[in-house]
Design a protein around this ligand. Structure first.
Ligand code: FAD
Length: 284
């Protein structure tokens, strides 16, 4: 799989999508995938709703991307919601669907799950999932990383040490949490390299196209919001189209700077939004 610039000396491009919440929305989702596919990404990854019963929906979308669009797809899987048996069944289903790449994650506690259920999960950390997948499957495995540290980690250094363990367990590339200040990403790359983490790292870029996004997705991610971005929202937040354009422009400037710094790949959290993703791609 072409997944980073070291393969052909260019910055990789990838998108993240999510499966539809309802079965009747699948036709529309396939159209979205077709449009995103036309932008020629190196891969498209599809999220998994931890703890839900819809793991098969992630596989359906990822399989469509792989088999019908002939693009590399990555299916997300989480420790949360997966027993050992379920994981093995899921891996078998991935194999039948022609998907050979997963993003192994811990997942967060869904609202429907008690603390006890969450804490009693069979695979505790993403690294435990990676160990299992390495031993029992031939899947290629990506992992998540956090330029501003994971929200539960006591400090950046400890988070990075655990990341190193995860990579050593068998992760061959990393996709970063979204960030809005590239300096956090460059600092993270330096520290990761110093610790011997040498796998490609895809920079997570979330275009902020509505003011509401800051209150939901972004606050959940714990990513800091620089003054420039906060000012954009204060200025354009009330006008839907102006806000969208300002958000696209901010993402484009972030990406230009990342490419100038020679990062391995840009991973756009597309949120299944074709128009903004297409505009970003046309400008980078
Ligand atoms: P881990 O790598 O397990 O780390 C979690 C925490 O545990 C960190 O604080 C780490 O420092 C700590 N830790 C790790 N190992 C140890 C150890 N041995 N001892 C003590 N502490 C340890 N969630 C979903 O539910 N579905 C998705 O599809 C999804 N997609 C995502 C895609 C990307 C690119 C990213 C960045 C996140 C995604 N998430 C998704 C969210 C993710 O599940 C959460 O951020 C989760 O809280 C952490 O997952 P992780 O795999 O990074 O966990």
């Amino acid at each position: 799989m072409t997944e980073n610039k070291t393969d052909n000396n260019r910055t990789g491009l990838s998108f993240e999508v999510f499966p539809p919440k309802k079965d009747e929305e699948f036709d529309n989702a396939y159209q979205i995938m077709q449009e995103l596919g036309k932008l020629n990404p190196d891969f498209i990854s599809c999220t998994y709703g931890a703890g839900g019963s819809r793991a098969s929906k992630t596989i359906e979308i990822a399989s469509y991307i792989q088999k019908e669009l002939h693009l590399n797809s990555i299916a997300h899987i989480t420790c949360v919601g997966f027993t050992r048996d379920m994981l093995q069944q899921n891996c078998d289903a991935l194999k039948s669907a022609g998907i050979n790449h997963v993003l192994a994650l811990r997942g967060d506690r869904p609202q429907t799950m008690t603390d006890e259920q969450f804490n009693n999960r069979e695979f505790y950390y993403a690294a435990d999932l990676v160990h299992y997948l390495k031993e029992h499957t031939n899947l290629q495995i990506a992992g998540a990383c956090y330029p501003e540290k994971h929200y539960e980690a006591p400090d950046f250094e400890e988070d990075l040490r655990h990341l190193k363990e995860k990579v050593d367990a068998g992760v061959s590339s990393l996709i970063s949490q979204m960030f809005f200040d590239n300096n956090y990403f460059y600092h993270f790359l330096d520290k990761a390299k110093a610790l011997g983490i040498n796998v490609p790292v895809h920079a997570g870029i979330m275009p902020i196209t509505t003011a509401k996004q800051l209150g939901t997705t972004v606050s959940l991610s714990g990513s800091s919001v620089p003054k420039e971005l906060a000012d954009l929202i204060a200025t354009y937040g009330d006008d839907k189209e102006d806000m969208r354009k300002a958000g696209v422009d901010y993402a484009v400037r972030q990406i230009h700077d990342l490419k100038d710094h020679g990062v391995d790949g840009i991973h756009i959290y597309s949120m299944n939004r074709v128009k903004s993703t297409r505009e970003i791609c046309s400008m980078i």
